[in-house]
Design a protein around this ligand. Sequence first.
Ligand code: 13P
Length: 285
Amino acid sequence: MKTLKYYFAKAKKEKWAIGQFNFSDWSQVRGILAAAQNLKSPVILGTSEGESKFVGLQEAVAMRNVLRKKTGLPIFLNLDHGKSFEYVKEAMDTGYDMVHFDGSKLPLEENIKISKKVVAYAKRKGIVVEGEVGRIGTDASKLYTEKFQIKEEDLTQVKDAELYVKKTGVDVLAVSVGTFHGMDVTGVSPNLRMDRLREIKNKIELPLVLHGGSGTPDQDIKEAIKLGICKININTETRLAFSNTLRKKLEIDKDEIVPYKYLPEAIEACRQVVEKYIKLFTNKG
Ligand code: 13P
């Protein structure tokens, strides 16, 4: 199987993006996997610290191993928004393919210091490191009732990003260019700041990562990929599809208590969201 670094280089060269889909439950993975299998696509399974603590780091790695073996697909595992060196190291020691150290709320110097430590450790194991500069903010479990508008000071500053990349040696960089974690109730959030993304792309060679993908209009996603975005993270939209479908199902079949009978529709709803995004990210019709 080709490495994740290979896929990032390929995505950058060919202008498409790898989807990262977060999960905290095996049923969600089933939905994500079905989409990746249908489209024969590489995929990154993401777990935040909270998600990974619920699933178990070892369990997540074991599951990835089994799924790779069974499907032959390039399936990778990323620790999303690791907040401390200690936890990121634990994920690396357990066998994650990639770690995202999120020091974006720390002063830049501190973010650089810890990121350097993560990179030094990851290099020995060939693990991909995602760094982050600029604040993306908000919460991936919420539906916002007002339109989200990013504050200018939370956008990635090009000079900070340049310094960070130069000093840390991270492999890919998450940027704050107007998206946010979560979705607003209208379901569409056209907030992407292409001007800032273009400025970043002009100065930074690395593959760039877009967080807060849920609810971003298709056109904005296509444009962002042209401007160097090589990985896009989706969580809220799959959570919504899964949970709302499950809720409805249980309301209708009030007496059903067998998980394998009430879960398939929620898994299917998750698959549909993931398939829609993989097609969009890879320019597949
Ligand atoms: P959404 O929940 O907005 O899709 O964002 C997911 C994400 O960026 C995970 O890091």
